[in-house]
Design a protein around this ligand. Structure first.
Ligand SMILES: CN(C(=O)[C@H](Cc1cnc[nH]1)NC(=O)OCc1ccccc1)[C@@H](Cc1ccccc1)C(=O)N[C@@H](Cc1ccc(O)cc1)C(=O)NO
Ligand SMILES: [Zn+2]
Length: 327
């Protein structure tokens, strides 16, 4: 039972407790609702929403609260004949949703339902001559898609389907003088893009290309006095950067450069303690996206009672061990 009463008060003082049961209830209702504002707005990225909601449930130890077979059959209906996945049934395939599909199937230990060759060929087919990746057939290039390709193929154990050397070379070409990374060569450093580039380099064993002190400095500067993290200098803190910045700091072994207790307090202050869910900053509307990145951030901060999450694969460590190490 993960209720707060049973968790050792890892964080001293007035740390508002994580409302585990309320967040579980919130996610289960969002999964069920179809036609309210949030569901309609997120309609085109419903497969991302499934990944955010289900991974949160697993970190909270409540993945068995959903009907596994119902979820898996819905996910498989989102697959396009090309092998890629769309954001919902009948939608065009894109890298963004293909990773979410693979991550959801991995959560349930069901990667074997996939035609591994078909999915990995779809992804490999999106690598360009310069080693970069496009998001879909329309060609938009962005380091987000390099991360998605490398994370997906590593989970499917098909990294040999792409030119990893050229993929790494392209990512390094997006490194800026501030130690950060942008979406393309010369583009401004942004925490989200930094997560994608550092995650891809970590998975391919290429973190030696990162200047850890320089990037660690840029990342720890994201912490503002409220304890929250922002995505770029002068911006407001936002719970989802608790993932983009924190997971990057952990991957480059500089997480001790921020105040972890103050960050945990910021995340806990963003909970809706009555209705459940977590928002981007205190007193804003909650959504599944920020609920996931808040709970995942607390997992990275080793909040008691939460399953550990892998900072590079953005999946519970237990899932990564089974899939990658075949344990
Ligand atoms: C598309 N998207 C975003 O652009 C969010 C919007 C946001 C949330 N809080 C502040 N802004 N931004 C975001 O995910 O930025 C992180 C990021 C930027 C670039 C690369 C990778 C991560 C969110 C969805 C969203 C939209 C609007 C409000 C809340 C959530 C999203 O799907 N993000 C993706 C990553 C992503 C990011 C940007 C994209 O254009 C597309 C996808 C994700 O986290 N997958 O797990
Ligand atoms: Zn956010």
């Amino acid at each position: 039972d993960l209720s707060p009463a049973n968790s050792i008060s890892f964080f001293p003082g007035d740390m508002g407790e994580l409302q585990v049961e309320r967040h579980v209830a919130y996610i289960l209702t969002v999964e069920k609702r179809k036609d309210d504002f949030e569901s309609v707005v997120m309609e085109h990225l419903r497969l991302n929403g499934a990944y955010w909601g289900l991974t949160t449930l697993d970190i909270l130890g409540k993945l068995d609260a959903v009907d596994k077979d119902e979820v898996i059959s819905w996910v498989m209906q989102c697959q396009h004949e090309s092998g890629g996945f769309g954001g919902n049934i009948g939608h065009d395939p894109h890298m963004l949703y293909t990773l979410s599909a693979i991550q959801v199937l991995a959560l349930f230990g069901k990667l074997h339902v996939l035609d591994i060759d078909k999915v990995s060929s779809y992804i490999a087919g999106l690598q360009n001559e310069d080693g970069s990746f496009s998001g879909d057939m329309w060609g938009e290039v962005d380091t987000r898609f390099s991360y998605i390709a490398i994370c997906s193929l590593a989970l499917l154990r098909q990294l040999d389907k792409i030119d990893v050397g050229k993929a790494v070379k392209y990512i390094v070409s997006c490194k800026n003088v501030d130690g950060g990374f942008g979406c393309t060569p010369g583009a401004e450093s942004h925490a989200g893009q930094i997560f994608c580039c550092v995650g891809a380099l970590a998975i391919t064993g290429s973190l030696h290309h990162v200047d850890k002190d320089l990037l660690g400095w840029w990342l720890c500067e994201r912490q503002v006095k409220s304890g929250g993290l922002n995505g770029r200098p002068e911006k407001l803190p936002d719970v989802c950067y608790s993932w983009w910045v924190l997971s990057s700091l952990i991957m480059i072994d500089r997480v001790h450069w921020i105040d972890k207790e103050k960050l945990a307090k910021f995340i806990l202050d963003c909970q809706d303690k009555e209705k459940g869910g977590i928002s981007d900053r205190p007193d804003d509307a909650v959504d599944v996206f920020h609920t996931y990145f808040g709970v995942a951030g607390l997992s990275l901060l080793e909040y008691p009672g939460l399953k550990p999450i892998d900072p590079a694969y953005a999946l519970p460590v237990s899932v990564v061990n089974k899939v990658i190490l075949g344990k």
